[in-house]
Design a protein around this ligand. Structure first.
Ligand SMILES: [Zn+2]
Ligand SMILES: [Zn+2]
Length: 255
């Protein structure tokens, strides 16, 4: 049993063969996944997918790259969707300093508004961070995000920052990069962070793990991520799969 905590099966890359992708995931033992919507079209599609498939849940939020497009009506829409029985988290939200479509001040404002909404409705949050660790940690502290906690998605930072996030009630989610030969930090994090604070994800169709790097990613490959963590920790794949699945179910409130 594997729980892929971050998929974008709502992306157009899966339009042609979604059913086969889902079947392959089941064959590899993926029993649950969370489809993440991050703008109007992908949120709409995430809701459709979680309504069509029992083992799919959804998370809805506004991506920092598109923060500049979020209107007050969009925030109200997120509030409405948070009451949907299959919506288990808000996000992805956060800061992305790699792309400059949205000014940093707007990104921060949209991030803070979504943290406040999560506290209002009592859902955990999924954090996207690109080149913005210090500001993210500061905002999570200032907004007291500990109250809801959540996931540092596709975590690529240091062991030290991981521990700081865990202290704020967050889980560390590892994805494809942990399988890359030169990815020193994710491997250190996989070894140092206790199993009861780790999650696995694919972030598909992006960040494809070794040996499929360069091809489209899909949920079946989350097994490669779990296998790599097992190897680094010197434990079995079953142990990693079981612990990370239980962690995700607990966080998302899934029975
Ligand atoms: Zn992301
Ligand atoms: Zn994502």
């Amino acid at each position: 049993m594997l729980f892929d905590t971050h998929v974008h099966l709502n992306a157009e890359q899966f339009n042609d063969d979604l059913q086969e992708v889902i079947e392959r995931a089941k064959t590899e033992g993926v029993s649950h996944m969370v489809v993440v919507g991050f703008d109007r079209p992908t949120i709409t599609r995430a809701i459709e997918l979680c309504e069509e498939h029992e083992f799919i849940h959804a998370s809805v939020g506004w991506h920092p790259v598109d923060a500049i497009d979020m209107t007050p009506e969009d925030l109200d829409w997120l509030r409405e969707l948070s009451a949907h029985p299959k919506v288990v988290a808000l996000g992805e939200m956060g800061l992305d300093y790699h792309w400059d479509k949205s000014p940093r001040e707007i990104q921060k404002d949209v991030f803070r508004k979504q943290i406040r909404l999560a506290k209002e409705v009592g859902l955990p949050i999924i954090i996207h961070n690109r080149d913005a660790t210090a500001d993210i940690v500061e905002i999570l502290k200032e907004e007291d995000a500990k109250e809801v906690g959540g996931i540092m998605h596709c975590y690529s930072g240091s062991v030290e920052t991981a521990k700081e996030c865990i202290d704020m009630n967050f889980y560390i989610s590892l994805g494809g990069p942990v399988t890359f030969k030169n990815a020193k930090k994710p491997k250190e994090v996989a070894q140092a962070v206790d199993l009861d604070r780790l999650l696995v994800e694919t972030d598909c169709p992006y960040l494809t793990p070794h040996p499929y790097r360069g091809k489209r990613n899909e949920p079946a490959y989350v097994k490669l991520v779990a296998e790599q963590i097992a190897e680094l920790k010197g434990i079995s794949l079953e142990e990693v799969a079981h612990a990370t699945s239980e962690n995700a179910k607990k966080l998302f409130g899934i029975k």
